[in-house]
Design a protein around this ligand. Structure first.
Ligand SMILES: *Cc1c(COP(=O)(O)O)cnc(C)c1O
Length: 423
């Protein structure tokens, strides 16, 4: 490695120690990945995936074999009755929006029990902006159970809050916040609480960044509907675009009616040439998620040894692929992101700058040199330019390249005097 790239010797020594310290985590990550791979392989076999599934259909997409079988494979992997896996979803937000509009009706109430939802959903729900056709404009009300000051769910406040709610909404990942990701055990507890006071509620989980991080998924723990993006975990770095919704057959149908048309639902929407990459991506996903998690574990181990606070805390069960590095200054964020960019396989020669991103409130800096635009299962670092100047690190489709990206970022900080070694 050091005969190809020139990193500071002190940095290389710190990296070797950090990697050594992360070994036990790597072993657990590999066990989970092996289990995920087993689930996926079994589903491919029992659903009899064949080469014919990869040939795309065009036009209306009636009897699109590849599309229909992928839905069944997905449902088997996530232990649901049905799934809607489509390249037609333009992003995770679109899939989440489709699920909310698909399930909620005028007069219904949605309650988020994990604090404020992901930034881009604020306009969908109508928390921010009015008259745009948000859920609020259609007479759907919104309630929220804030997280406790330590960022964990306020289980005690839930029974009262979820009474009468049509949708009880959870976000598994930390998103752009310092709160811990929900574990599957947390989700199970929320589901039990919800059922005890409101048996008919639809428990909907934003599963973005969570797939294959644990042995079980939210749908094994009482969730009725999970939603995610294919340019994150379950696309395995291969799917070119898209999203998914999985859950009970009735709810998935309502979502399909919203994505296409009432009455047509899942029967239309041709797969074009996207099937092979969606199948291959799902097949790769457990191991790609493991590589991303190892990249994050290595980064946390290294930056902790350099005196920075990192999340998740050591020993905490992971619920997503995100690692947070509190870099404490805008200069450090810029240097780190410049290094992640410079260490990427694509667009390594450009310098990221903070910008006003649509749907986000503060300026955001993003580093990503990816094969798929915006794919955060590939090595990427981003964060809003506000206290505590934390970068949210995710991805790394191979561990070797992820590690080199982290080293390039640390080297950049070192060159700008933002890292010091105790001598
Ligand atoms: C990525 C993400 C979304 C959706 O974001 P898109 O950029 O629209 O795909 C929603 N919630 C969480 C927690 C996410 O990480």
């Amino acid at each position: 490695m050091s005969s190809v790239f020139s990193f500071d010797d002190r940095l290389l020594a710190a990296a070797a120690a950090a990697e050594q310290a992360a070994r036990p985590q790597f072993e657990e990550i590999d066990r989970i990945s092996q289990h995920g791979t087993a689930k996926v392989l079994k589903a491919f076999q029992s659903q009899q995936v064949s080469a014919a599934c990869f040939a795309g259909a065009n036009g209306y997409g009636y009897d699109d074999v590849g599309r229909d079988k992928l839905d069944r494979v997905w449902a088997e992997v996530f232990h649901t009755e049905d799934a809607l896996v489509r390249h037609h979803f333009v992003s995770g937000t679109h899939a989440l929006s489709t699920a909310l509009f698909g399930v909620l009706r005028t007069g219904d109430k949605m309650v988020s029990v994990t604090g404020a939802p992901y930034d881009t959903l604020e306009e969908v729900i109508g928390i921010r902006g009015k008259g745009n056709g948000s859920l609020a404009d259609y007479g759907i009300t919104y309630g929220q159970v804030d997280l406790k000051p330590d960022g964990t769910p306020d289980f005690d406040a839930m029974p009262e809050a979820v009474r009468g709610a049509k949708v009880v909404y959870l976000q598994r990942s930390r998103g752009y916040s310092l709160r811990p990701a929900l574990t599957v055990a947390d989700i199970r507890k929320i589901a039990v609480i919800t059922r005890s006071v409101n048996p008919d509620a639809v428990i909907m989980v934003d599963n973005c960044y969570g797939e294959f991080v644990d042995y079980e998924e939210p749908t094994d723990a009482g969730a009725d509907l999970i939603i995610g993006s294919l340019i994150k975990n379950p696309g395995g770095g291969i799917a070119e675009t898209g999203g998914y919704i999985a859950g009970s057959a009735k709810l998935v149908e309502q979502c399909a009616y919203r994505l296409t048309c009432v009455g047509m639902g899942k029967e239309v929407g041709c797969s074009l040439n996207q099937c092979r990459s969606m199948y291959l991506g799902l097949f790769m996903a457990p191991e790609v998620v493991a590589n991303a998690r190892k990249t994050g574990a290595f980064a946390a181990s290294l930056f902790r040894s350099l005196g920075f606070e990192c999340l998740p805390e050591q020993g905490r069960t992971a619920g997503d692929i995100i690692t947070v590095l509190a870099l404490r200054s805008p200069e450090a964020m810029e240097a780190f992101c410049a290094g992640i960019q410079a260490g990427s396989p694509v667009d390594s020669y450009v310098t990221p700058e903070a910008w006003d991103m649509p749907g986000y409130e503060s300026k955001v800096i993003m580093a990503a040199g990816t094969f798929t635009g915006g794919a955060s299962i590939e090595l990427s670092a981003d964060g809003p330019m506000r206290e505590p100047y934390a970068v949210y690190l995710q991805g790394g489709i191979t561990y070797g390249s992820g590690k080199l990206g982290i080293l390039t970022a640390a080297q950049k900080m070192l060159e700008r005097g933002l890292i010091t070694f105790a001598s």
